[in-house]
Design a protein around this ligand. Sequence first.
Ligand SMILES: Cc1cc2nc3c(=O)[nH]c(=O)nc-3n(C[C@H](O)[C@H](O)[C@H](O)COP(=O)(O)O)c2cc1C
Length: 201
Amino acid sequence: MTSTESKSILNVLGVGSSMRQISYSTAALRIILEKVGRNNAESKLLDLQKTRLPMLYSQDDTQEIVQVTGLVKWADAFVLATPDYHGSMSGSLKNFLDYFWSEFAGKTFGYIVASHEKGLTVMDQMRTGVRQCYGWSMPYGVSINPEDDFNDKREVISTKLSSRLDMLARDLAVYGKLIREQFLNDLRQNSLVNTFAGYYR
Ligand SMILES: Cc1cc2nc3c(=O)[nH]c(=O)nc-3n(C[C@H](O)[C@H](O)[C@H](O)COP(=O)(O)O)c2cc1C
């Protein structure tokens, strides 16, 4: 456990997973990370388009694996952003989850999907993956419809999307902190107390 025991500031890591140079999902992620910063939280961006993880087990520790490991350990909460690829998340995001699953317990996750539909199955699959790793999920996510929500300069023109990003930034900062603190407190509890964290320990 690398995080400090009492969280005065929540560390939020945004993970962008589109391999496109100009990505709507990563654009929305950048916006939410900036908003998170206004809610007593610190944020960092991991853009998998720029920091390339090799496929799991295909290479020994590369510089990128070491760098991303440090970021994941730093994080108390995450925002995962992905394009909708046939109703599922991008391969790069799945690969990220496969690498770092053991660091997700007691941490809260928010989700962003860029989709021409609603991206609901994408959201569900991210939730399923995170649940399998003992992470907590926000009960709603942010779905982007690129053509409707952005202008040609990749600026958000939808007030509804903007409001939704505000809401997720605020809620993730608040609920993420509560869950993280409780998990860390439970880890310190007497082992006779029956808690999820005790089981995890
Ligand atoms: C391989 C592939 C599969 C896709 N499948 C879907 C899909 O099932 N539903 C959908 O709405 N969009 C689908 N799309 C479109 C992308 O989700 C959409 O363009 C998205 O905005 C891209 O996000 P990005 O700008 O972050 O890269 C697919 C795109 C690709 C390349």
